[in-house]
Design a protein around this ligand. Structure first.
Ligand code: PLP
Length: 397
């Protein structure tokens, strides 16, 4: 017979850290959508293109050859070399492929590794609000404190150096930004980023720059934060293949940072992931070597859709800031008097159009919805006509 006392109350196993974060507002909403037919989705932020054939072919060939083993923790040497070349060609930055680059399971893993590598309990990370859904969750899971700067259409969803400086305390460790931005599509100018760099330098803060949408800019220049004067030594540059090369499902990305930070991130990565998928790494090599023309074609296509959706949203009474990057429009829905969740839910039920409530991206996103335009022009046009009917019906006098 067991000598253990009978357990009366089931122990509560979930950590407070995990209880503090909410399930992604995007995913929750799309469970509802999955059960409906005839829905036009401007929802999940992923390209509607399939990965270009030559990239898929490279991966298929590697499987045929039996290339199925683990790679080095850091990632395949050839991929790190190609990446180093890419960063030098595009931004004039020199990263040592053996010490300053880490291949990760998407920018998602790279973000998580960065937070866990740099934060101690209670350390603060300053970020704009609204922001990509994983930013505050990543900080909280690493026991840090997200410190948010509200932004709005009135200030073009930009954060200023002064806004950041006003929030620096003795616990501030890093600034987390990402331009072009999700969900707003804003691209910050080189000049304004330089002002942020000066604040970071003055207060010895690390800057984590999520540049996953770097290639998706329309008529403006993307500034790589690490390329600003003196910033390579204090920037963790995160980049990936998901968006530019239409490779979301491959789960492949990277971090470029000073040697000690990459070494710290690699320690966590080697005990958790070991390495990114071998097949995806082969595909990423091909993308870097020969993917340029496909990227340019896709960007041209997104740009056409961007123009249609922004013009359309403005004309149906949903004022929309002009996004110059990524593939999102972020119109204000304040004229309807609804919360962003109410708007998104009713639009889905009444007109079968899926958008993401702005609140999913933080309090600063309330009053807006995110519309992803990485979908066909025909669908965008149909979605706009359904939204027009919806807005006309619900507009407050
Ligand atoms: N960062 C931003 C701003 C994103 O929008 C996304 C995906 O939507 C990610 C990171 C995650 O990218 P990955 O597919 O490389 O994990």
């Amino acid at each position: 017979m067991s000598t253990h006392p009978k357990v009366q109350v089931r122990k509560y196993y979930i950590s407070q850290r995990v209880n503090r974060i909410l399930p992604s507002g995007i995913r929750r909403f799309f469970d509802l959508l999955a059960s409906m037919e005839g829905v036009i989705s401007l929802g999940v932020g992923e390209p509607d293109f399939t990965t270009p054939w030559h990239i898929r072919e490279a991966a298929i060939y590697s499987l045929e050859k039996g290339d199925t083993m683990y790679t080095s923790n850091l990632g395949m040497p050839e991929l790190r070399q190609e990446l180093s070349r890419y960063l030098e060609d595009n931004y004039n930055l020199k990263y040592d492929p053996d010490n300053e680059l880490l291949i990760t399971v998407g920018v998602s893993e790279a973000l998580d590794l960065t937070m866990r590598a740099i934060l101690d309990a209670g350390d603060e990370v300053i970020m704009p609000d609204p922001h990509y859904v994983a930013y505050d969750a990543g900080v909280i899971l690493a026991e840090g404190e997200p410190i948010k700067i509200p932004t709005s259409q009135e200030n073009n969803f930009e954060v200023s150096a002064a806004d950041i400086e006003a929030r620096i305390t003795g616990r501030t460790k890093a600034i987390l930004i990402g331009y072009p931005a999700n969900p707003t599509g804003v691209v910050m100018s080189r000049d304004k980023l330089r002002q942020i760099a000066e604040v970071a330098q003055c207060h010895q803060l690390l800057v984590i720059s999520d540049e996953i949408y770097a290639r998706l800019v329309y008529g403006v220049e993307h500034t790589c934060f690490a390329s600003l004067p003196g910033m390579q030594e204090s920037t963790v540059l995160l980049g990936g293949f998901s968006k530019a090369y239409a490779m979301t499902g491959w789960r492949i990305g990277y971090a470029a940072a000073p040697k000690d930070i990459i070494a710290a991130m690699t320690k966590i990565h080697q005990y958790t992931m070991m390495c990114a998928s071998t097949m995806a790494q082969v595909a990423a090599i091909e993308a870097l070597k020969s993917g340029e023309s496909s990227v340019l074609e896709m960007v041209e296509d997104y740009n056409r859709r961007r123009q249609v959706i922004v013009k359309g949203l403005n004309s149906i009474g949903l004022p929309c800031f002009e996004p110059r990057g990524a593939f999102y429009a972020f119109p204000s829905i304040k004229s309807t008097g609804m919360t962003s969740e109410e708007f998104a839910e009713r639009l889905l039920i009444e007109e079968k159009v899926a958008v993401v409530p702005g609140i999913a991206f933080g309090q600063g996103g309330e009053g807006y919805v995110r519309c992803c335009y990485a979908t066909s022009l025909a669908d965008i046009e149909e979605a706009l006509s359904r939204m027009k009917r919806f807005v006309a019906k619900h507009k407050k006098a």
